[in-house]
Design a protein around this ligand. Structure first.
Ligand SMILES: NC(=O)c1ccc[n+]([C@@H]2O[C@H](COP(=O)([O-])OP(=O)(O)OC[C@H]3O[C@@H](n4cnc5c(N)ncnc54)[C@H](O)[C@@H]3O)[C@@H](O)[C@H]2O)c1
Length: 246
């Protein structure tokens, strides 16, 4: 059987992550998806992925836990024998102004978004180094570049991902491991669905393209960064935001 490349997507069952799982499946990748519920809950997604003639494997765990990350990476390696692309996509928000922000609001967001990205990358990189090939793509945010009132925790976590990405790009370039971050603006998913309509209208005013983005807009960039067409791109933060932050 022809060897397929393997993409491992954290938080890959909803929103942007789900779209990326399906897009990379269409590109012919075998897909590994990290989920937080029992894998049996995602049979519909599994069928959708496998309809592209590729395999789909789920591993349940919390990216913010170092041991879970190690176990999940080992499970994927046991299942497929390789990881070509790691997409650090799992993320949460706990929005509130600093005056009201609890220690737990700050720590939980840093732990999932930033420490989770470290945990997963830390355990995947040794396998990529051995094969002298790898793509690490992490979901940052325009908020990590420009800041946002009410999101000091989230912005700090995403800015951290950007520094992490640039450092690793320098460390791992000689091993042919490319490390990039994506900075989405406002994308229509469960994360932004909670925003009141009035706030959404205000946001659209700040976007030159006058619309919130679709998960597909981000997945198309993930497709490019996972392909051989992007083999001279590393250490970059690429915005997908309709021109919101320039
Ligand atoms: N939607 C946007 O406008 C937007 C903008 C910028 C960045 N992002 C980033 O894109 C990524 C995907 O967000 P989304 O909009 O698809 O929202 P989403 O809530 O649908 O996706 C987040 C995923 O992360 C998973 N997750 C949460 N905590 C986890 C944990 N501890 N361990 C493992 N998985 C966990 C969730 O189960 C979910 O599948 C996030 O990193 C988010 O910060 C989103």
């Amino acid at each position: 059987m022809e060897e397929r490349r393997v993409a491992f997507i954290t938080g890959g069952t909803t929103g942007i992550g789900r779209e990326c799982s399906l897009t990379l499946a269409k590109e012919g990748f075998d897909i590994a998806i990290n989920c937080i519920n029992e894998p049996e809950e995602y049979t519909e997604l599994k069928d959708e992925v496998e309809a592209n003639g590729v395999r789909c494997f789920f591993t349940k765990g919390d990216v913010s836990k170092f041991d879970d990350a190690e176990r999940m990476v080992n499970e994927v390696i046991e299942h497929y024998g390789r990881i070509d692309v790691l997409l650090n996509n799992a993320g949460i928000t706990r929005d509130t102004l600093l005056m009201r922000m609890k220690k737990e609001d700050f720590e939980s967001v840093i732990n999932v978004n930033l420490v989770g990205t470290f945990n997963m990358t830390k355990h995947v990189v040794p396998y990529m180094m051995k094969r002298r090939y790898g793509r690490i793509i992490s979901m940052a945010s325009v908020v990590g570049v420009g800041g946002n009132a009410g999101q000091a925790n989230y912005a700090a976590s995403k800015a951290g991902i950007i520094g992490f990405t640039k450092s690793l790009a320098k460390e791992l370039g000689s091993r042919n491991i490319l490390v990039n971050a994506i900075a989405p603006g406002y994308i229509k998913t469960a994360m932004t669905e909670v925003l009141p309509d009035k706030v959404k209208e205000g946001i659209k005013e700040q976007i030159p393209l006058r619309e919130l983005g679709e998960a597909k807009d981000v997945a198309n960039l993930v497709k490019f960064l996972s392909s051989e067409d992007s083999s001279y791109i590393t250490g970059q933060v690429i915005h997908v935001d309709g021109g919101m932050l320039m």
